[in-house]
Design a protein around this ligand. Structure first.
Ligand SMILES: [Zn+2]
Length: 342
């Protein structure tokens, strides 16, 4: 089969790779229905996070189970499954506390931009649907694997409750789905920070009530203005830069919460200053596995449609164009169809 491999900055290749096989008895092989390019794939793509060797790419996936190892109990061949970008046994103490993305047996997935994928710890990582979902639901189900699960975690970590006032820093796919998550959790006011008209439009569709185009000190001042001078109850930080983190913390009211899910790159925090903010800070790689059953149900029941975040669909063999389009911000998020590729 052919799969996606990153060789270095801006060098994405779709090339011959070994067909994945069961290596441990707890593995499953999944035939990918759809995969996509993640905002976090752009860090190594841009050379900001250097890679040491050619690296198979992709960690967002859903599809049909092709084969399972002999110790796999609940997942069966023929089932439609969605899995997390991080593997988990879903039985250790950390998993039981709901932090499956820090499971003692965690591995980060990377090779999903391909027609077939090996998934370790299949029983603890994958969640199956009871029926085969209709094709039009595949994009939304795919988002649950990471981007939507991460937006949801950002809102959950930021303690979004019915009636909350929420700020969202970042208008990438995670930020936009953070808006959708906050709406679903009952937020009354959702202030999205964005300068791009197509993203503002989608943010509004997902439930944003206000758009702030200013950044830095002016952005903070604007959010304060919209929140009676005190700041938002909850702020979702969905970028991972020094500026976005400071934006998030400074836009939160004393006693409020920042949920941060943008992978920090060169961010440092002056705890001496932070001490006086009274802001709760919680984040990390989203424990997507915890949310999968609930989010799958919301998608299947037609309550949420996070798949709208895909504004570019490509056959898998054109994956390099997906990276380019997202890098140049011509696309919010690229969906990849393996149809016809082996
Ligand atoms: Zn675990």
């Amino acid at each position: 089969m052919r799969g996606t491999v990153l060789y270095g900055p801006r060098d994405v290749r779709f090339e011959e790779r070994a067909f994945p096989k069961i290596m441990k008895p707890t593995d499953a092989i999944v035939r990918i229905s759809a995969a996509c390019v993640c905002g976090s794939d752009l860090w190594p793509y841009r050379g900001i996070q250097p890679i040491e060797q050619p690296t198979p790419m992709g960690h967002e996936y859903c599809g049909i189970v092709e084969e399972v190892g002999k110790d796999v109990r609940t997942i069966k061949a023929g089932q439609f499954v969605v899995g997390s970008f991080a593997t988990s046994d879903n039985t250790c103490a950390i998993c039981k506390h709901g932090y499956q993305s820090s499971c003692v047996q965690r591995e980060f997935m990377s090779a999903a931009q391909a027609p077939f994928l090996r998934v370790p710890l299949a029983d603890g990582t994958l969640v199956s649907t009871s029926d085969m979902p209709s094709k039009d639901l595949i994009p939304s189900l795919l988002t649950l694997s990471d981007v939507m699960g991460t937006g949801w975690f950002a809102a959950d970590a930021a303690n979004v409750k019915p009636g909350s006032t929420v700020g969202v820093v970042g208008d990438g796919a995670v930020g936009l789905l953070g808006v959708l998550s906050a709406k679903q959790m009952g937020a009354e006011r959702i202030i999205a920070m964005s300068r791009h008209s197509t993203r503002q439009k989608l943010a509004r569709e997902f439930g944003a009530t206000d758009i702030v185009t200013e950044r830095g000190e002016q952005g903070i001042a604007r959010i304060k203005e919209l929140t009676k001078g005190i700041g938002a109850d909850s702020v979702l930080e969905c970028v991972g830069t020094q500026e976005s983190m400071m934006q998030a913390i400074s836009s939160t009211r004393p006693g409020g919460y920042v949920g941060f899910v943008g992978v920090p790159h060169g961010v440092s925090l002056d705890l001496g200053q932070f001490f006086y903010t009274h802001v709760h800070l919680h984040g990390g790689p989203a424990p997507v596995r915890r949310y999968l059953p609930e989010l799958i149900k919301l998608v299947l029941d037609g309550k949420i449609n996070p798949g709208k975040v895909f504004d570019l669909t490509l056959p898998l063999d054109q994956v390099a164009e997906g990276y380019r389009a997202m890098d140049e911000r011509r696309a919010i998020k690229a969906l990849l169809h393996p149809n016809g590729t082996k």
